[in-house]
Design a protein around this ligand. Structure first.
Ligand code: ADP
Ligand code: TYD
Length: 208
């Protein structure tokens, strides 16, 4: 690992186990003595957390798809400036629960064909990819059951139903084919510990 640190993102459909895996990986790397910044999107910095509230609460049609892309991207820009870039500059491992791939998949194909807008904005104001992205892959039925069991208040996105979750899953798997050097698909169906062991194996190979 260089003095630039390592930037790892977790992606996948709602309830796939991303947050659980991000936390377990952070614990494992900290136990090895590494500095780890565990963060999430939308959010991760005070300003971006404010935008998170705007974008994840309220009626499903509160924002147009285009406005939504702008809000997620604005939140990401703040998060990158204030948290991610400084942490990488001092050599930390940054573990981010969702990053730009979520916008590519959710906004780029979830509600309208907005991928060109998503990609143009990313190029203009983000321009940064994780070193490694782990897609936690799970059947939508299982993910929805897990997310419902969790009883989240931020239900605006999770209320979209199984059909959309199927398309989102396919979107993440397609991204893995687009960027095979960066994106690794992890089978998320096993126990949290079993999935964590596979995640640790892939990350250790990158750190070596
Ligand atoms: P995400 O961040 O992808 O939405 P979470 O990590 O929050 O997913 O997990 C969603 C729910 O499923 C949580 O209640 C969590 O405790 C549970 N969970 C996470 N991973 C597993 C797993 N491998 N097997 C069973 N339940 C899990
Ligand atoms: P998150 O809190 O990670 O939800 P979960 O733990 O259920 O996976 O993300 C909240 C929602 O925001 C989720 O449904 C995905 C959505 N989202 C987007 O639509 N675009 C984005 O760019 C990001 C980061 C998230």
């Amino acid at each position: 690992m260089s003095a630039r640190g390592l930037f790892i993102s977790f992606e996948g459909i709602d309830g796939s186990g991303k947050s659980t895996q991000a936390r377990l990986l952070a614990e494992g790397l900290r136990a090895e003595g590494r500095e780890v910044v565990l963060t999430r999107e939308p959010g991760g910095s005070p300003g971006a957390e404010e935008i998170r509230k705007l974008v994840l609460t309220g009626a499903v049609d509160r924002w147009s798809p285009e406005t939504e892309v702008l809000l997620f991207t604005a939140a990401r820009r703040d998060h990158l400036e204030r948290v991610i870039a400084p942490a990488l500059a001092r050599g930390a491992v940054v573990i981010c629960d969702r990053f730009a791939d979520s916008t590519r998949v959710y906004q780029g194909m979830g509600r309208a064909d907005l991928r060109p807008l998503v990609d143009a904005l990313h190029r203009l104001v983000i321009g940064k990819e994780p070193d490694l992205t782990l897609v936690i892959d799970i059947a939508p039925e299982a993910g929805l059951a897990r997310a419902n069991a969790r009883g989240a208040a931020e239900a605006r996105f999770e209320s979209f139903g199984l059909g959309l979750q199927e398309r989102l899953r396919a979107g993440f798997l397609a991204l893995a084919q687009e960027a095979p050097g960066r994106v690794v698909v992890i089978d998320g169906a096993g126990s949290a510990q079993a999935v964590a062991a596979e995640v640790a194996r892939v990350v250790a190979a990158r750190l070596a």
